[in-house]
Design a protein around this ligand. Structure first.
Ligand SMILES: CC(C)(COP(=O)(O)OP(=O)(O)OC[C@H]1O[C@@H](n2cnc3c(N)ncnc32)[C@H](O)[C@@H]1OP(=O)(O)O)[C@@H](O)C(=O)NCCC(=O)NCCS
Length: 147
């Protein structure tokens, strides 16, 4: 498996991933505008030449927000999300960031387990944070261990 920074040429495949993995997929326009922001870390996981997952984060000052992470269903439980998270933490350390935040659906236990593995802890709950279907969101955060 290879992890590399995403490029605009990847956008059509990222739209496919979004449509496959989320009930509220991001459009190509939203993906492109996040990808081209200076303060963002956007990376893809590749197996046998195919993009099988991606991670999309943005940051302000020393706080990063993990906006999206997903892996195609047939490539899950192979460590792709874990490798993408490692890439995100390495980038956050390089940039001297202090903390990473994310929101996750209350029912999304699979994602919560991945986040917990990387030291994320629940710090709050946002009522009705998600639409389609409506659901509360958990707010989780992890410290970035800078030497
Ligand atoms: C959440 C999500 C990104 C996880 O992706 P993934 O690539 O399956 O994650 P990983 O493979 O790193 O870890 C998943 C599990 O597989 C296990 N695993 C990792 N490598 C493995 C391997 N080689 N063999 C067996 N199991 C393995 C992990 O230990 C983990 O187990 P756990 O759930 O008991 O903790 C994926 O389920 C997904 O895309 N979901 C839909 C989108 C979503 O909800 N995104 C989060 C909100 S933005």
């Amino acid at each position: 498996m290879e992890i590399r920074r995403a490029t605009p040429e990847d956008l059509p495949q990222l739209v496919e991933l979004e449509n496959c993995c989320f009930p509220d997929p991001w459009s190509q326009k939203s993906l492109r505008s996040t990808m081209t922001e200076e303060d963002s870390y956007f990376a893809v996981a590749i197996i046998d030449g195919k993009i099988v997952g991606y991670i999309n984060t943005t940051y302000v000052l020393d706080e990063m927000n993990l906006n999206r992470i997903c892996v195609l269903p047939q490539y899950r439980k192979m460590g792709a999300a874990g490798s993408l998270m490692e890439g995100m933490f390495a980038h956050a350390r390089q940039q001297g960031l202090a903390q990473i935040f994310l929101e996750v659906r209350l029912s999304n236990l699979e994602a919560q387990r991945v986040y917990q593995r990387f030291g994320f802890k629940v710090v709050g709950e946002r009522k009705g944070f998600y639409q389609n279907p409506p659901e509360n969101g958990l707010v989780m955060t992890a410290q970035v261990a800078n030497e």
